[in-house]
Write a protein that binds this ligand. Structure first.
Ligand code: FES
Ligand code: FES
Length: 182
């Protein structure tokens, strides 16, 4: 049975087994590989997307549950990597291997949409389901605070200089932040 929903702002139809997890449909049917497979059991957060604005584990979300809903993936967070979270991630140079980062970014973006200036405790609570084997947790917390500044018009960089250019290593991670890496 065909399921109709909105994916990254576009009307989308999936005609697959309705019991297929959304993660499988994104990666294997729609060829959108920015959302990552980690555990397949809602334990790591690598597969996080937004469904109607809520951070959701796509590995345990069945296609049949999507009818009429709005799904946003890392590819749809912004058209040009201009979302405050993406900008902060580049500025702070958060990713190491990058594998967990699209899920981290989607969880952070959902948090900031509801809580524009989260405390460390609120960040810890919202991000606790997103595992990073490279241990980038301190940079993630720093970047979320920076994104909070950026989304309310802050222009000073995290090190106090105005609109500092991203460092070269951060430039190399930009594809990860926009879902470009497979
Ligand atoms: S792959 Fe979905 S939470 Fe790990
Ligand atoms: S950056 Fe490597 S798993 Fe998080």
């Amino acid at each position: 049975m065909a399921i109709h929903f909105t994916l990254n702002g576009k009307p989308t139809t999936l005609d697959v087994n309705p019991n297929m997890p959304l993660l499988w449909a994104l990666r294997d049917t729609l060829n959108m590989t920015g959302t990552k497979f980690g555990c397949g059991m809602a334990l790591c957060g690598a597969c996080t997307v937004h469904i109607n604005g809520e951070a959701t584990r796509s590995c345990i979300t069945l296609v049949s549950s999507l009818a009429g809903k709005k799904v946003t993936t890392i590819e749809g967070l912004s058209p040009d990597r201009s979302h405050p979270v993406q900008k902060a991630w580049i500025e702070i140079d958060v990713p190491q291997c990058g594998y967990c980062q699209s899920g981290q970014i989607m969880s952070a973006a959902a948090l900031l949409a509801k809580t524009p200036h989260p405390t460390d405790a609120q960040i810890e609570d919202a991000m606790s389901g997103n595992v990073c084997r490279c241990g980038t947790y301190n940079q993630i917390r720093q970047a979320i605070h920076r994104a909070a500044q950026l989304q309310t018009g802050g222009s000073k960089s995290a090190n106090g200089t105005k609109d500092a250019a991203p460092v070269e290593s951060a430039e190399q991670t930009v594809d990860v932040l926009a879902g470009g890496a497979e």
